[in-house]
Design a protein around this ligand. Structure first.
Ligand SMILES: CCCCCCCC/C=C\C=C\CC(=O)SCCNC(=O)CCNC(=O)[C@H](O)C(C)(C)COP(=O)(O)OP(=O)(O)OC[C@H]1O[C@@H](n2cnc3c(N)ncnc32)[C@H](O)[C@@H]1OP(=O)(O)O
Length: 301
């Protein structure tokens, strides 16, 4: 750990922020990255949006060190950015990626699920539902450029996109590891898994809490392409070009036809889903399991 201005800052976080600062330093090379003169990045503290209006594409980068865990703030900022892009006719597609080195998203922020009030759990779960519904049903083409580990809720984010490109590195594991924490993925995560990899593979992965290394993730169909780490974003953009070659109205109607029944299962029972999450996560046994897991993570660091 490094101590900075009285703040306990993990060395890994500094390394990672070095990684995204390096990205910021490359701002001068924005033209090379497709950002023309006068085109400005926008976004918020935890979500960086790099627009390429000429291509109709925005690269949306998660930048919430150390591990892009889905805090209430990150969920909220991501929903706002997606809403803005969805409502802006300039954009037809987004590439969702991480601005940190080695981690796409660590999934739900476990500190949001431990030792908080039922009202907080309910607010948190509503924000997660909101993000999932918005991303899953977005009219934009969404390509996940998965440049780091993506367990549990991180995997859900990827599955909500239309296409997934994963970096070929042993640390880039992806999958629904919830049961390993002693918790259960919500039914809408289960539905996304089933829709992507089929019932049998989803059942095994969900029960065993499997985190797939890249080659396995490709084999089961959890991701669509595995490429060297430095080619993840360019490959995602190339995939995007293929998807954008299809007329929007036809693609959007087809996407809706494929996804709406799954989304409706949650949309029609959102409040019941919130209540079952709150009562589940408030159980003493679940609180203990989550605390123990968090402590193990911290000790490992
Ligand atoms: C009856 C039915 C009812 C249905 C109800 C439904 C209930 C559903 C409930 C919950 C669903 C949950 C889904 C989830 O997403 S749970 C979260 C699962 N995530 C994980 O297991 C990932 C844990 N993290 C890791 O494996 C690693 O951190 C990794 C992402 C691989 C990165 O590794 P590394 O680079 O080595 O970084 P560190 O492990 O050292 O972590 C750095 C610091 O970040 C903290 N951390 C990590 N992950 C989280 C997290 N998810 N939330 C909060 N904090 C996290 C970690 O403790 C380190 O902190 P510190 O620096 O203070 O030591």
């Amino acid at each position: 750990m490094a101590l900075m201005a009285g703040l306990r800052v993990p060395a890994r976080a500094l390394l990672r922020s070095g990684c995204w600062l390096r990205g910021a330093a490359l701002a001068g090379a924005e033209a090379a990255a497709g950002l023309g003169a006068g085109v400005r990045r926008f976004g918020s503290q935890r979500v960086l949006v790099e627009p390429d209006p000429a291509a109709g594409v925005a690269v949306v980068k998660l930048k919430s060190p150390p591990v892009n865990s889905l805090s209430l703030e990150l969920l909220t900022e991501l929903v706002i950015s997606l809403e803005k892009l969805d409502n802006d006719k300039t954009f037809r597609g987004i590439v969702l990626t991480s601005d940190l080195c080695g981690v796409f998203s660590a999934g739900l922020d476990l500190t949001e699920l431990c030792g908080r009030s039922p009202a907080h759990y309910a607010e948190y779960w509503r924000a997660l539902q909101e993000l999932w519904l918005r991303l899953y049903l977005s009219g934009l083409v969404s390509v996940a450029a998965v440049n780091g580990a993506s367990p549990a809720g991180g995997c859900l984010l990827c599955l909500s996109c239309d296409y997934r490109v994963l970096a070929d590195s042993p640390s880039c594991v992806i999958g629904p590891n919830e049961t390993r924490l002693g918790i259960v993925a919500p039914f809408w995560f289960k539905d996304c898994m089933v829709n992507t990899v089929g019932h049998r593979a989803a059942e095994q992965a969900l029960q065993l809490g499997t985190l797939f290394p890249p080659a396995e993730a490709l084999r089961v169909g959890l991701v669509d392409q595995v490429v060297p780490e430095d080619q993840v974003q360019s490959t995602a953009l190339a995939a995007m070009a293929r998807w954008l070659a299809i007329p929007d109205h036809a693609r959007q109607l087809t996407k809706s036809m494929m996804r709406k029944p799954t989304a409706d299962r949650l949309a029609k029972h959102r409040e019941a889903d919130v209540q079952s999450f709150v009562s589940f996560v408030s159980r003493d046994s679940i609180q203990k399991a989550l605390q123990t897991y968090l402590e193990k993570l911290k000790q490992k660091g």
